[in-house]
Design a protein around this ligand. Structure first.
Ligand code: UDP
Ligand code: GAL
Ligand code: MN
Length: 349
């Protein structure tokens, strides 16, 4: 072969190589986009395999980026978004509100929502109801059941379409602890006697609270607990479970998954009926044994959730401490306690 011919041949080979590489690259880019895999997701999905076990586990419990052709960037890497028993933990960034709204829109659901305002706690009702109308299950049927000793103090809040309010009168009690605990038995009775054909889901909420952001159908589940805002990033030994074995709420040091708030919980009528009934019964046994759990019904609720795992957990976005306190993990405050002077509003200390 002449020098010239050889040059042409090598040039041809080089051309073939570059051409094939380019078409391979184009094919890879197109399929990657098609499957929603970007160069970074490929990197994130594959690198943990190369890492030490400890780090991989850590990454897994922290929640991995979940990507497929539809979810794109949905998911959080900085917080756990699933429990060890595979219940989702709802955080901003873990769900698509448009998709989830459209699913529940077809179901014609009613969400019963209970709230108690006895004694001076009626002062919290206006903000609670007005903010709920603005943020809570907007566009869905909500029926508030409001328990109070002073129906005349219930503010006249304009409710949206398909939003209902039933006021129920209760006698007052002398101890705030009794008011707080008695809610379990009253809810048990309400669900059994009145809600069966009236609602599909129920949420039971504290009244010294306010909504600041969306709380909607993403929160629905069979049994739903809200992680207490003071303990979501705390180790188990810090959890303020009842530690005296004499109480029915007792949880041994080596048990317990999360510390849940008593200020918000919910689920299906059947599951919440079982929860409220069990807590009421356990509290009655404690009364008979002259013991009161450290955080009252909240302690019994935590005991209940230990043996009846919630099917969905809501992050502290769904009950923050006070709107003025910030946290890196909590990107949206949806519902929070309001600052209150306990000595001033409670009937006893
Ligand atoms: N509550 C009430 N009147 C009272 C004390 C308590 O209506 O005098 C109700 C109210 O719904 C309140 C709930 O019981 O949100 C729990 O009590 P509190 O909010 O004081 O407990 P905390 O959240 O401060 O532990
Ligand atoms: C407090 C809260 C109490 C109880 C306690 C548990 O912040 O006001 O209701 O939940 O935490 O340690
Ligand atoms: Mn409260």
């Amino acid at each position: 072969m002449t020098m010239r011919l050889r040059q042409i041949f090598y040039f041809f080979l080089l051309g073939m190589f570059v051409g094939l590489s380019l078409s391979g690259l184009i094919y890879w880019v197109i399929t990657s986009i098609w499957f929603g895999l970007t160069i970074t997701s490929w990197y994130e999905l594959d690198t943990p395999k190369l890492e030490a076990d400890g780090l991989l586990q850590h990454k897994t419990t922290q929640g991995r980026v979940v990507r497929n052709h539809l979810t794109g960037n949905l998911g959080r890497t900085d917080v756990a978004s699933v429990t060890q028993w595979l219940a989702p933990i709802v955080w901003e960034g873990t769900f698509d509100s448009t998709v989830i709204d459209s699913i529940y829109k077809q179901q014609n659901i009613t969400v019963a929502t209970t709230v108690f305002a006895l004694g001076k706690y009626t002062r919290f009702l206006k903000d609670f109801l007005e903010s709920a109308e603005e943020h809570y299950f907007v566009g869905f049927r909500v029926h508030y059941y409001l328990f109070t000793d002073q129906p005349e103090e219930v503010p006249n809040v304009k409710l949206g379409q398909e939003r209902y309010l039933t006021v129920k009168k209760l006698p007052s009690m002398n101890r705030w602890q009794d008011i707080s605990m008695s809610r379990m038995g009253i809810l048990e009775k309400l669900i059994k006697d009145e809600l069966a054909s009236e609602a599909d889901y129920i949420f039971c909420l504290d009244v010294d609270t306010k909504f600041h952001g969306r709380w909607s159908v993403e929160s629905l589940g069979r049994l739903v607990g809200v992680i207490h805002p003071w303990f979501f990033d705390a180790p188990r030994f810090i959890f303020t479970y009842e530690r005296r074995p004499e109480s029915q709420a007792y949880i041994p040091a080596e048990e317990g998954d999360y510390y849940f708030t008593g200020a918000a919980f919910g689920g299906s009528l059947e599951d919440v009926h079982h929860l409220t009934k069990t807590c009421r019964e356990q509290m009655n046994i404690d009364i008979a044994n002259s013991i009161e759990a450290i955080w009252h019904e909240e302690s019994h609720l935590n005991k209940y959730f230990l043996h009846n795992k919630p099917s969905k957990l809501l992050s502290p976005e769904y009950l923050w401490r006070d709107i003025s306190m910030s946290s890196g993990y909590v990107k949206i405050i949806r519902f929070s306690h309001v600052a209150k002077n306990n000595a001033e509003v409670r009937p006893n200390l």
